[in-house]
Ligand binder design. Structure first.
Ligand SMILES: NC(=O)c1ccc[n+]([C@@H]2O[C@H](COP(=O)([O-])OP(=O)(O)OC[C@H]3O[C@@H](n4cnc5c(N)ncnc54)[C@H](OP(=O)(O)O)[C@@H]3O)[C@@H](O)[C@H]2O)c1
Length: 311
């Protein structure tokens, strides 16, 4: 790694949850384009094995550091490592994520659901028998996909602010987050939820916290549907809608950076029990494009793969 602060033309990136899936492919594509990447994974062994494979494939500009976004000590250790070894950060890809559900994978395969029903949300009723949404999994999902991103980003912001050209922050979101109409239907039925999360003029982190508290309350009371939450991956959906809201709040606060969120596409990975239809190479395109945005590029936007889209 370059010595502290000297090589300003070099770019340094952190990618979270990068031992497999879209995260790993994002590391591979960024490193191939000359970015020095800190590949992070919560499991040291899985992370080190992944790094060895990348090195064997000829990518030497990749280093490993452990990171569990649920563990504040682990977050602080990573920030200290970057501070000491690099002295700044140019690109942060918040990719780590969990589904928030317990699934009977065999039962799911037996249903043989076609990908379009997954995408439209029509499969929501079909999968109720094989996908369970427990409170424990929902809490883990919000803590990982939303609070994990917040904690890590806050810890790295002092280093991101030192990026000479303005840092790029990419939050990997999902179409389950969308507040706009899709085929005449709303992915998140409750208008009040969509209104609060969609109004950038009045959005605050405290408001997002309140929405998430209400969600967990309604889940515990078995009252999701009657309160306007979706039944299609409910915790995942609201975690990503909150992540988009946070992306917009941050983009407003740090106008010199490019801070965006992106739906990578419906990609075949472990997260969706390999029901996806796109390859990881295709799925990483959006996150990579947003990591390498030219100066003056968009900020505070949501992208559907590589295209800017409505929230
Ligand atoms: N695949 C899709 O169709 C799709 C669609 C929309 C959005 N996304 C988003 O894309 C991102 C990547 O997902 P993927 O599809 O590539 O799934 P994946 O292959 O399951 O990868 C998820 C990664 O996140 C890591 N992770 C989970 N909890 C973590 C934690 N507490 N700390 C650090 N890392 C953690 C996992 O680590 P372990 O290996 O240790 O479990 C894994 O490396 C996620 O944010 C997901 O929501 C995916």
């Amino acid at each position: 790694m370059g010595s502290k602060g000297k090589h300003t033309a070099e770019r340094y990136a952190v990618v979270t949850g990068a031992n497999k899936g879209i995260g790993l492919e994002t590391v591979r594509q960024l490193a191939s384009q000359g970015v020095t990447v800190v590949l992070t994974a919560r499991n040291e062994k899985r992370g080190m094995e992944t790094i060895s494979k990348l090195h064997e494939s000829g990518l030497s500009n990749v280093v490993f550091h452990q990171l569990d976004v649920l563990d504040q000590a682990s977050i602080l250790k990573l920030a200290k490592f970057i501070q000491e070894k690099i002295g700044r950060l140019d690109i942060l890809v918040n990719n780590a994520g969990v589904s928030g559900a317990v699934v009977d994978e065999e039962g799911l395969r037996a249903l043989n659901i076609d990908p379009t029903s997954w995408l439209s949300g029509k499969a929501a009723n079909l999968v109720q028998g094989v996908i369970k949404h427990t409170v424990e999994k929902a809490e883990e999902c919000l803590n990982t996909n939303y609070y994990g991103v917040k904690r890590l980003t806050e810890a790295l912001l002092p280093l991101l602010q030192l990026s000479p050209a303005g840092a790029r922050v990419v939050n990997v979101s999902s179409l389950r987050s969308e507040l706009r109409k899709h085929h005449f239907k709303q992915r998140i039925p409750g208008e009040h939820i969509r209104k609060e999360l969609g109004d950038i003029e009045t959005l605050t982190e405290e408001k997002v916290d309140a929405i998430l508290r209400k969600f967990l309350h309604d889940l515990k009371e078995n009252a999701l549907e009657s309160n306007g939450w979706t039944l299609m991956m409910p915790a995942y959906s609201i975690s990503k809608a909150s992540l988009n809201a946070y992306t917009r709040i941050l983009a407003k606060r740090y106008p010199s950076m490019c801070i965006n969120c992106v739906h990578p596409g419906f990609v075949k990975t472990d997260l969706n029990w390999n029901t996806g239809i796109m390859t990881v190479e295709e799925g990483a395109r959006g996150p990579v494009m947003l990591s390498l945005l030219p100066d003056g590029g968009p900020t505070g936007c949501y992208f559907d793969c590589t295209q800017v889209a409505e929230f």
